[in-house]
Design a binder for this molecule. Structure first.
Ligand SMILES: Nc1ncnc2c1ncn2[C@@H]1O[C@H](COP(=O)(O)OP(=O)(O)O)[C@@H](O)[C@H]1O
Ligand SMILES: [Mg+2]
Length: 250
């Protein structure tokens, strides 16, 4: 069981999108996937589940002593611990070991646990950092995003000094042809985070919205879809350090 945690203190950088797409690739590669939605914005929860009425959420686990395995729901070939808007009420009350202890009780029931996180720095995020095997930090390639990445890497290392971190540059203009501006930004990332910067880069693509919001498949004909799927597959293989063989799902 490997736990990947998608976090950056900046919002709108692709945490939820890349977390969800990683889940699709792993599922379509025959792996069992549990999402833990730590973000009160509930992107992954809303993508996967239709109705949350009366369900146990991560808030009940943190605040009402519920157990992780009581809260797991299944949909679309995934398992998920749903989020709740109530997570906004929690700032500093979650113990750092809490999520790790809960995950421990699952006893390797899943191949992968994917945590989608909130763009902030509080006790929920710290608990998720304590619980993960690798931090995945999506970032857009803008010079303005460097400070947030530096802050996020430094704070994460206060919880786990030698935690593996992969910074994934997301939203590149054109996968084949990188503009001079983009190259400059990448050079500054390389300079500052040469140990953390992932080799794989994710292009900007309309497919992100179509796949996540409209439920379109990652499979399908057309060179743009094939290129995009390959980019996501490369990233997933890099951040999971494993070879994934995709099986097309009906
Ligand atoms: N590679 C991409 N290409 C195009 N749009 C993207 C890409 N990554 C993210 N987006 C879009 O950017 C917005 C923010 O992405 P999201 O994953 O919700 O970010 P976060 O979870 O970090 O706040 C969403 O509307 C999403 O569809
Ligand atoms: Mg999000």
């Amino acid at each position: 069981m490997r736990v990947l945690n998608f976090w950056n203190v900046k919002g709108g950088v692709g945490k939820s999108s890349l977390c969800y797409l990683t889940g699709e690739i792993l599922r379509d590669g025959g792996k069992s996937v549990l999402f833990i939605d730590c973000d009160p914005q509930r992107s992954i929860t809303k993508t996967i589940l239709d109705d949350l009425d009366g369900k146990i959420t991560l808030f009940d686990i943190f605040m009402h002593g519920k157990k992780l395995n009581e809260s797991i729901l299944s949909s679309k070939g995934f398992s998920i611990v749903p989020s709740s808007l109530n997570l906004l009420r929690i700032q500093e009350s979650v113990e750092q070991n809490r999520l790790a202890d809960e995950i421990e009780t699952l006893k390797n029931k899943f191949d992968f646990i994917l945590i989608d996180n909130q763009p902030t720095w509080n006790s929920i995020v710290r608990s998720s950092i304590q619980a993960c095997d690798r931090l995945i930090m999506p970032s857009m390639i803008s010079i303005f995003d460097l400070d947030e990445v530096a802050f996020s890497v430094a704070e994460a290392r206060t919880v786990r000094k030698s935690l593996p971190i992969s910074i994934v540059l997301n939203g590149l203009g054109n996968a084949d042809k990188i503009s001079n501006d983009e190259k400059d930004y990448m050079d500054s990332f390389l300079l500052n985070f040469k140990n953390e910067l992932a080799k794989s880069k994710i292009p900007r693509s309309i497919l992100v919205k179509r796949i996540i919001d409209r439920g379109e498949s990652l499979f399908g004909k057309g060179s743009s879809k094939e290129k995009f799927r390959q980019a996501i597959l490369n990233m997933v293989q890099e951040i999971t350090e494993s070879k994934i063989k995709l099986m097309e799902v009906a």
